[in-house]
Every structure is written in C-alpha cells, then in structure tokens.
Design a binder for this molecule. Structure first.
Ligand SMILES: Nc1ncnc2c1ncn2[C@@H]1O[C@H](COP(=O)(O)OP(=O)(O)OP(=O)(O)O)[C@@H](O)[C@H]1O
Length: 627
C-alpha cells in the first residue's frame, strides 16, 4: 500500500523528474542572461537573484530529497545530516550574508539540533515493519477477511483471555485486559475469532492447549484472526471506588483466569477502567504502578461471592438499635445486628456504685466531651453486651450491600465548614488524652462536642457546659428522631453525643474533635459532617509498658489504677479486631507511642483533613446511583 502511494507521488510530477529542477533553473538563467544582452529593464536583478548561492543550496536539498523518495529504504544513508553539513559549507562561502542567514547558520550548528538530526537518521535506517508471510495466490472467493497479528513476546502477560464455543469448537478472544500487551497493540479485540497461532490451526483445541502453545513459543507470537464484525463502541467512564471487602483471585475457583485477576484488601482504592462485562470488571489499585489492569468481580458478583466464601465474608457491624421505651416504624425497618463479635475482647465488669467525673477545666480552658460516665457507659456496653447497658448507633452500613463504595477526590473549600475529626481506638490507647492535648494546644481552633444526659446536674454543673441535662422523655424523643450519633445507658441514665452538638461546634467555625466507638463510624460519615476518621493504634506491648509506666487506666472499679500486663494484651487484641473490621473507614492511622510525637502526628492529620485533597464517598458530593 505504501509503495502505491509513493509511486503516485513520483508520477504526479513527471516534468520535474525528467529534467531536474537544476536543469530548469540553468535554462532560466540562460534566458535571463540573454535578456540582459538585450538591455531589458530589471533583468539584471533577476539574474543575480537566480544565481544566488542560497537558492542553489535549497535546490540541492530538494533534489536530494526527491532522490531519496525514489530509492529503496534499505541502504539508507544519513541524508539529513549530510544535507545540513552541505548547507553549512555552502553558507560559509557566501559573502555578506543577511542577518537571517547568519541566524539560520548558528541554529543549524547548535549541538541539540545536530543530535536530533543524527538520531532521526539512525532511526530512519531501521526497518520496523513485521515480515508477513506472502499472501497465497489461490485464495477462494469466499475467504473471510482475516487479520494477521504479530506481537513480540516480552516478560509481560499477553493480557487477553480466550474461550471456546462449545458447539462449534471455535476459539475466541474472551477479553482484552486494559493496558496489557494485546490492548496496547490495538489489534486484538474481545470477540475476534482466532484461527491460527504461529501458523498452526487452533480448530478443535481446548483453550488450555492454545495457551500452552503460546507459552512455549519464543519471540514473536503470530495470530490469524477473523475480526469481530460489530465491535462495541468503547464509551467507558473511569470510576473510583474503595473496597469494602477483601478479594483474592487465587482463592476464587470461578475466576476465568486467576493470573489476570487482581487481589485487594478492604480499604484499597481501586480505579475501575472497564465495566463492560456484567460479571468481571477491570481495575487498577491506586496508587498504580502498573499500566495493566486486573480482573475483579463486579458489585453483584462480589456480593454473591461474599455469601459463598469464607475469605471474603464481611464483618457484620455491631450496630444494635434497641429502641428505648419508644418503638417506631422507621427503626423497625433498619437492618442492624447486635454487638457481639468484640465481646470477648473486653472484660465483663460490675457497675461501680459511685459515679465520678474527671476534672475538665485545664488552665482556664473548658474541655467538653470528656465525661467519665459517658466513657464508662460505652465501655460497659462493650463488656457486657447486655440490653441493660448498651451503647447504640443507627448505622445502616452493610458490606454485603456495597462491597465497593464509590469515591471522589474532595478538597474542602477554605470558606466551607471544617470536616469533623473523629478519633477511634481501643479503650485505654489514649484517644481522650490526645484529644484533650489537641484542644489544649489551640482551644480557639479545636473543640469537643457537649454530650447529653438524663442524669441530674450536680450543684457545680451547668447545662451546656459539662452536659446538656435533659429529661428522659426529651432524650427518647431525640433517639426517635435520629438526633444521636451514638448513645447508651449507664446506671439508669442515658448518655449520648448528638448531631446538633457537633454541628454547633462546626457552625462556630471551629474544628470539632470527638472520639467514637467504631460502630458509630457510619453515623458520622455523612455529607453534612464529612468526618475524617483517625485510628489511634497502640504501639508494641514493650513500648506500651515503657511509655505507660506512670499512666493510669480508667476502670469501673477504681477511679484510676496503673496499667497491668493484661491491659496491654487486651488492648492489642481489641486493636487487631478493630483494624480487621473497620480499616476500610480509616482515613489516617497513627501509633500512639511517645505522647509528644503522637500530638505532632495528630495535628498533621487534622491539617491534612482540612487542607488537602482526600478521597471521600461520592454521595457526599453528589447523589449517586448504585452501580
Ligand atoms: N502516648 C502516651 N504515653 C503515655 N501515657 C499515655 C499516652 N497516651 C495516653 N496515655 C495515658 O494512658 C491513660 C489512658 O488514656 P486515655 O484515658 O486517653 O484512654 P482512652 O483511649 O480514652 O480510653 P478510655 O476512653 O477507655 O479511657 C491516661 O492516663 C493517659 O494519660
């Protein structure tokens, strides 16, 4: 085909090719000379112009190029380099050159230009076209249009899967993996029928036998394919999701090709590049180092698998809304399970008779939301799991419904309200200590949320400061209206953190910093609060022993007591469970080792949350349909 085009170019200007431009010019020069002899006006000027050395050089370039067009490319000489050298030599001999000519001369001598031209010549001398077998002369008239595809094998996978039609025995390309070798060639497509591999017919072979043949071949792979006639238009949009479940292709017997599969863990960010198949999508993990995507199950398929395989069973969140005395229809509809799996992580303890409160006034700064009863109420619910002392939330999260959460990149506008900062960690790790210190560092910027309680205010307490003191009826009404992020019962009194208490802080322009139980995470991950979840992790048991030797743990029995060996073990176990069940929601993870370092880490994380772009659920930014 290319030969035809080139032939057409040459044929389209026969006069030039017959005589050569130089010859024509010489004829013109002779004519003009003749005119001078006849003393024709202006002819002398034209003569000097046509005789100018630059015009001659230009013509030389033109002729050399035309010459090259006619010659076969094999013994290609470094033409361009030679030409440039010739032009430079010619220019040197020209007296009184113009400023433009001098500029051109210096430009052509620039080392980077010379290097570029010499590179061009080197590349031009190579012949990259594949050597195709000759087309047989005796092709039947009804021969199907076939395509010969040559791919050079490298360390990469071919990036395509094949399948066999059970009835006809024909082999087809089942899918082409995005960014793989086959995809980048642009020559193989899902639905193409493969008739030959490396010159051998694949008719009647099993897909495994074809693959074996491909694996054995060295260097170039040659496919003869009958291209699919109605190739679907590729109008894929890229989708970003956070995995809410684990997946391992190696443990999935149903995956079409385990090598083409991509494993992921809860919390991984995935870029879904192809959803054209209803069962198997193609995705890359972010941050992505590979150009090649991997197969992952679609939402529907993963949901099905979660029910089938132990390895991807999602954790059933410990969310138990047990209505207080009031039961309403809406609550009945919420599918939530009782807190049970973390049960053994916490010791069952008797309620203390006397309730005490921590001092909350540090150097004149009033710190809210550090109430001892509230914390004990939480701990009590985890240790007993009994309906008498429970800590509740209205989370509707279920990984079975949403194994992937669509996410978008979000950066808070400086004029917008701050994102809520929620700390999560096993009891005793130091969540309250860190929160207290953060607020103390900058009470103008950071503040906790004032909790609500039904217990009576003490003489020194003021409603809205230590707690919002409200009666039981009002509390139940707030529960009924879903006003609490989490709430619970302790010693016949209710305690809870309300959505409005958090909003009050955010509306005042401050950053609200609260600590929550992990099962309340879903109630703060909303468009309204845009919570940034920081997980506070304990260091190793050795480091805990060292750093906490003077620290006191809050218990139900005593106001405070020193940490014991078993406290560290329990904390380690609780942390392990918390991570395995909730890690997909952690925006940031920090280890609370040395207090000073931890405060710096926390401050940095809080700044990141407010000032840097983060992946957040797409539903916070725009309403999304389930995909
Ligand atoms: N990095 C640390 N180094 C030394 N001591 C620490 C550190 N972090 C916290 N502590 C101390 O450990 C004890 C428990 O911390 P804190 O009260 O903050 O726990 P918590 O995570 O809020 O758990 P809970 O709410 O169940 O009491 C406190 O005495 C605190 O001062």
């Amino acid at each position: 085909m290319r030969q035809t085009v080139e032939a057409e170019v040459v044929m389209s200007s026969p006069r030039l090719s017959d005589h050569g431009l130089r010859q024509i010019l010489s004829d013109v020069v002779e004519e003009v000379k003749h005119s001078i002899n006849k003393e024709i006006n202006g002819a002398e000027l034209l003569y000097s112009l046509l005789n100018a050395p630059w015009l001659k050089s230009l013509l030389k370039v033109h002729e050399c190029l035309r010459q090259h067009q006619r010659e076969p490319p094999a013994p290609f000489l470094p033409y361009t380099t030679q030409l440039i050298q010739q032009i430079l030599t010619d220019m040197r001999t020209v007296p009184n050159t113009s400023a433009e000519a001098r500029e051109l001369y210096s430009l052509l001598r620039e080392p980077h230009l010379q290097a570029l031209i010499s590179t061009h010549d080197m590349v031009a001398q190579k012949d990259y076209d594949p050597v195709l077998p000759p087309i047989p002369d005796n092709l039947p008239d009804d021969e199907e249009a076939t395509r010969i595809v040559c791919l050079v094998k490298n360390k990469q996978q071919l990036g395509a899967t094949i399948k066999r039609n059970g009835i006809t025995g024909e082999i087809f390309v089942a899918r082409v993996i995005h960014g793989g070798l086959a995809d980048r060639s642009g020559l193989l497509h899902a639905g193409d029928r493969i008739t030959e591999v490396n010159g051998y017919s694949v008719n009647g072979l099993e897909p495994e036998q074809v693959i074996e043949r491909l694996a054995r071949s060295q260097g170039t792979l040659m496919f003869k394919v009958v291209p699919i006639t109605d190739r679907p238009v590729n109008n894929q949009t890229i989708l970003y999701v956070r995995a809410m479940a684990d997946y391992s292709p190696q443990q999935d017997p149903a995956i079409p090709c385990a090598e083409a599969g991509m494993d992921f863990r809860k919390g991984d960010l995935l870029e879904i590049v192809d959803q054209s198949d209803s069962l198997w999508w193609q995705a890359k993990k972010l941050p992505s180092t590979s150009a090649c995507a991997g197969l992952i199950p679609s939402t529907n398929l993963l949901r099905r698998k979660q029910k089938e395989f132990w390895w991807s069973q999602p954790y059933q969140p410990h969310t138990c809304i047990k209505p207080l005395s009031t039961v309403n229809e809406e609550e009945d509809l919420i599918d939530e399970k009782c807190v049970e799996a973390d049960e053994e992580a916490f010791e069952s303890e008797e309620l203390r008779e006397e309730e005490g409160e921590f001092s909350t006034n540090i150097e004149g700064i009033y710190l809210t939301g550090f109430r001892r009863s509230l914390r004990l109420c939480r701990r009590q619910s985890l240790s007993t799991g009994s309906s008498q002392q429970s800590f509740y939330t209205r989370s509707g999260y279920n990984a079975l419904n949403n194994p992937y959460e669509e996410v978008v990149r979000y950066q808070r506008n400086p004029q917008d309200k701050h994102r809520l900062v929620a700390l999560v960690g096993p009891s005793g790790v130091g969540v309250n200590e860190l929160r207290r210190r953060l607020i103390k560092i900058n009470p103008v910027n950071f503040q906790g949320a004032v909790p609500h309680t039904t217990r009576a205010a003490r003489s020194y307490e003021e409603s809205g400061k230590e707690y919002h003191f409200i009666n039981r009826e009002l509390f139940e009404n707030m529960v009924y209206n879903n006003r609490f992020l989490e709430y619970g019962e302790y010693k016949d009194h209710f305690y809870g953190t309300s959505r409005d208490a958090v909003k009050d802080v955010l509306n005042s322009g401050r950053i609200c910093v609260i600590d929550i139980e992990p099962h309340a995470i879903q109630s703060v991950r909303t468009h309204e609060l845009k919570a940034y979840i920081i997980y506070v992790k304990p260091p190793t048991a050795e480091r805990m022993k060292e750093t906490r030797k003077d620290a006191q743990i809050t218990t139900n029995y005593y106001d405070n007591r020193p940490f014991k060996e078993e406290d560290f073990q329990e904390m380690e176990e609780a942390a392990r469970k918390m991570e395995s069940h909730y890690c997909q929601f952690f925006d940031s993870v920090m280890v609370n080792d040395g207090l000073q370092d931890s405060c710096v880490q926390l401050l940095r994380a809080v700044r990141r949350a407010q000032d840097e772009p983060q992946w957040v659920p797409a539903s916070w930014i725009r309403p999304t349909e389930e995909f």
